[in-house]
Design a protein around this ligand. Sequence first.
Ligand code: FAD
Ligand code: NAP
Length: 323
Amino acid sequence: MTATHSTRMLILGSGPAGLSAAIYGARAGLAPIVVQGIQPGGQLTTTTDVENYPGFREVIQGPWLMQEMQAQAEHVGAQMMWDTIVEVDVTQRPFRMVGDSGTVYTGDTLVIATGAQARWLGLDSEELLKGKGVSACATCDGFFFRGKKVAVIGGGNTAVEEALYLTNHSHDVTLIHRRDTLRAEKILQQRLFANERITMAWNKEVVRFIGGGQPEGLVAIELRDTVTGALSTLEVDGGFVAIGHHPATELFRGHIALDDDGYIQVEKGTTNTSVPGVFACGDVMDKHYRQAITAAGTGCMAALDAERFLAAADFETVAQAAE
Ligand code: FAD
Ligand code: NAP
């Protein structure tokens, strides 16, 4: 027989957004269920040092932070499910989801916190040197390259913003782009070209990241000219891949409004999606900030929005019954 779990607040995703929603939802008495997905704890479980999450004077470890967040959510009454949602029905309340285990989950409200994943170049050397000089987040890791030479790969808004951000830490930033024009907005391009700390490497693609294990890490990037085919080597300590992100929203396409880049659309200043009673928080609805603290912040907002939604819906039900 198919198992069914029902809750006032069903949360998809167990990164900082989902777990923060769970903490607030549990403390509001909504007994949330969190379906954790294939990456319990979310993206921060794939990193080591975290130095910008408030509350910790010393550097903390990403996996440890997420274990603590989960323990806190469970401590206040949230229930964790080791399952991944594969089917969604938001046409009526309670919303109905099916996990790949076959388990059915129903929620009077739904909080989507399925996050996003950085796109990578797909090179073996990139995989080997991730976290050892190769990163996909300048805001997260730029600080570790103070006074060192760094490069950013990409030509969109993210790449340009990351290059500009890195000039706070480094005098020598190279932006590597595979074409001779940028996709980024003109205003960002103007700021980029005006910045003396940034050098452009036009028409270049990465052949491989060069380096070894700790403490050496990344030492250089081998480049190929996309016009002439000529190979060259750029000596750097840090390489930031900024070629876009994939929000985890395929499941919701056709059910909930997404923007042109596939992120869940929310009403400005809230976490309300196009479906009343469905809320979205964290990287799945945020392509600008993409930080643990902003994910946690919008997770809190989603739980508060859901709680208010339920209070209004309950009030209406009572009022109708009294008529
Ligand atoms: P995520 O953390 O992406 O979590 C998404 C969750 O959704 C996961 O639990 C996943 O299993 C679940 N899920 C997905 N699909 C389904 C499904 N179908 N059913 C159920 N569950 C599902 N930020 C910082 O602030 N500081 C840092 O130092 C920092 N370092 C980083 C280092 C690395 C290597 C990376 C990749 C990111 C880093 N970030 C950092 C960014 C930060 O991790 C993210 O902004 C944050 O994790 C986003 O949280 P989230 O809860 O929105 O989503
Ligand atoms: P993007 O706009 O899709 O740009 C990706 C860049 O990476 C492109 O320049 C692309 O090159 C390059 N690229 C893709 N695959 C590559 C590969 N395999 N090898 C080398 N280069 C590769 O992604 P984004 O910059 O992350 O932006 C995503 C969305 O968020 C956009 O809509 C953007 O406007 C928005 N955003 C806005 C802001 C802001 O408003 N401040 C900030 C960040 C992001 P080509 O140009 O050759 O295709």
